[in-house]
Design a protein around this ligand. Sequence first.
Ligand code: SF4
Ligand code: SF4
Length: 323
Amino acid sequence: MANKYWESVRVMLGGEPRKAQPAEYTEEAKTIHFYKKSEKQDFGALKLEAREHQKKKYWLKRRWIVLLSINLLFTVSYWFDIQILEGALTASRMLGFHLIDLNSALQVMLAHKHIIVNLFIGTGTVFVLWLLLGGRTFCSWACPYHFLAENAERLHVYLVEKKKVTDHTFHRGVRTVFWALFALMAFVTGYTVFETLSPVGIVSRALIYGPGLALGWVVLLLLFEVFYSRRAWCRYICPIGLTYGFVGVFSPLHVTYRLANCHHEGECRKVCEVPHVLDCIIKGRAPEAQLDIGADCTRCGMCVDVCPSGALQFEIKGLRKIM
Ligand code: SF4
Ligand code: SF4
């Protein structure tokens, strides 16, 4: 059990997903793999079915409604001076409760070199909330940059398909290096360098207080992602994603994979921002009949939307599937 969590963290930090040893396969998984080997599947038909399925985009619609509502709530609260919610996504106060983004709090405390009690209390609520909701759920359900980057990603994928641009990938481990680097810079300089560069804070503040020059940096990032490297900021740089990834390691909410339902046509990996978490869908890989997808998963639901055979589903531990 502990191994499962450690493996999830190792892969999130940049390690390659490990192939299970023969002894690690459960009898149930072995039986399913055995029957799958003898089946001849029509992947062409399955891909068409997956595309039809994808058009419905149930989770995408729900997620965008939630993401836009959260961010617009800050704007509306500011403009109409509703004191139920004050501040921005990085630091706010709701009904008197302080809500501080975990990564921002960490940066501030490192810069000040001591634990600031109010900040620490403010992170408590946020920590529990995102622990229950899945850690990186913050990324795909609340982060305003995610919304822009997701649309930039569509354009990037379209241009790659049309052979107008080439996708450039980097080692995923650089995100871990950046996480450590930003923490070190805050500690050494006494200044939260990352907060100045973070498109999350920039976009959030622009939505509330109006656009500023810093938005130019966000545009540059998006152009880089459209023309050079798919989802580069979230995949290779953003320490917020990694911080919330740690929060999600023990989360009860996750995407579950059911080997028996899977046709291995791989549509889910094509739409996933972090396809390494879906290595288990490769034919012959899953050592168990049912697996939880790792902590780096943003719980965006794109794979659930696209899977034509219901092999990927949201699940809360101990409860039945949500959908
Ligand atoms: S990785 Fe960072 S920028 Fe990307 S969605 Fe998560 S918090 Fe937002
Ligand atoms: S595994 Fe599925 S839910 Fe998780 S990030 Fe990838 S597409 Fe989204």
